[in-house]
Design a binder for this molecule. Structure first.
Ligand SMILES: [Fe+2]
Ligand SMILES: [Fe+2]
Length: 322
């Protein structure tokens, strides 16, 4: 089996990646190239306990470029990378689509941990991953086109928030350009990711209902922007962009939104991007009370509804159809 044939079915593991594995229990099956038979053979299974000697052997093979994992085990590998997002910046063998999936899993996972336990430690980990995303968008704005592959699928608060963040950042890269304040990119990503933080304080019978909401439940639901800002304040996250996005992402250009019925330019530009992406991501995912709309149907709604900024929905359309 020669090099090209190998690379169709296997990925070479770099020393960087090997260093990220737990020392004695690799999370994926590993293969080594056997020079004698010129074939790959299984070296160890996923989670198999290695001896010190076994680990040294892996390191030696890896240095020589002879250590591989099977592309068939990609899901396991993606799950590992999603917990070590920084690797996305240094590994160049990942396709744009794989990077998008790794970001989706990683951000949704970190957000779930933070919402389950909103303390400094989980917030720090979340911040680190958000800064990896900001760095990626800054360095490769063109590669954010693949973030469209995260659209659709199951709706959970975490996956929804991560999709809004990725799509929002892709539009942000296209709409506002990546010039200007680099830190603003990180704040924007955090703002998109935390836009629904107020939902964590609502009872599950409202957020997870499998039928349309009663009026009284709608009133509760409409409190989530205000509640979100209060939670952010309590966490000491006094950042205008993050607070504004949580507060204004349900405001609409024609004044039909909530909680303040703001209009047009009074709504912060980032909250206007968030509004379009939020509605689009919600409609295209499988929710308990409604099935997923097609991309074309959801796009038709956000481009025709006067509640959304037409410049931003047109950018979304261009982004999805180019
Ligand atoms: Fe919301
Ligand atoms: Fe949302």
């Amino acid at each position: 089996m020669e090099h090209e044939a190998i690379s169709i079915r296997y990925l070479e593991i770099s020393p960087n990646i090997l260093a990220s594995f737990p020392r004695f229990t690799p999370p994926v099956p590993l293969y080594a190239f056997d020079e004698k038979v010129r074939q790959l053979k299984l070296l160890c299974r996923a989670e198999q306990r290695l001896t010190r000697k076994g680990r040294e052997e892996l390191e030696g093979l890896c240095e020589e470029g002879l250590l591989y994992l099977a592309r068939a085990d990609y899901k396991l590998y993606a799950a590992h990378l999603s917990k070590n997002l920084g690797l996305v910046l240094t590994e160049d063998h990942l396709s744009d689509m794989e990077v998008a999936e790794i970001f989706l899993l990683g951000l949704a996972g970190r957000l779930e941990e933070f919402y389950a336990q909103p303390i400094d430690a989980t917030l720090e980990i979340l911040r680190k991953d958000v800064s990896v995303l900001a760095e990626f968008v800054w360095a490769h704005p063109d590669r954010t086109r693949a973030f469209r592959f995260t659209i659709g699928g199951q709706h959970t608060l975490y996956l929804h928030s991560a999709r809004v963040c990725l799509l929002g950042m892709a539009l942000y890269a296209a709409v506002l350009g990546t010039g200007g304040d680099r830190r603003h990119l990180g704040d924007s990503a955090m703002a998109f990711l935390l836009h629904d933080i107020g939902m964590t304080a609502l009872p599950e019978f409202v957020t997870d209902k499998d039928r349309p909401l009663f009026n009284q439940e709608k009133v509760r639901m409409r409190e989530h922007p205000d509640i979100g800002v209060r939670i952010l304040e309590r966490l000491g996250m006094r950042n205008t962009v993050i607070e504004t996005c949580a507060m204004q992402h349900h405001e609409r250009m024609d004044g039909t939104g909530y909680p303040s019925r703001m209009r047009g330019d009074k709504i912060h530009p980032l909250a206007r991007v968030c509004a379009v992406v939020d509605a689009f991501c919600a409609m295209t995912s499988e929710r308990k009370h409604a099935g997923a709309k097609t991309i074309a149907a959801a796009l038709a709604i956000v481009t025709q509804d006067p509640g959304f900024d037409p410049k931003i929905s047109a950018r979304l359309a261009a982004f999805l159809t180019d």
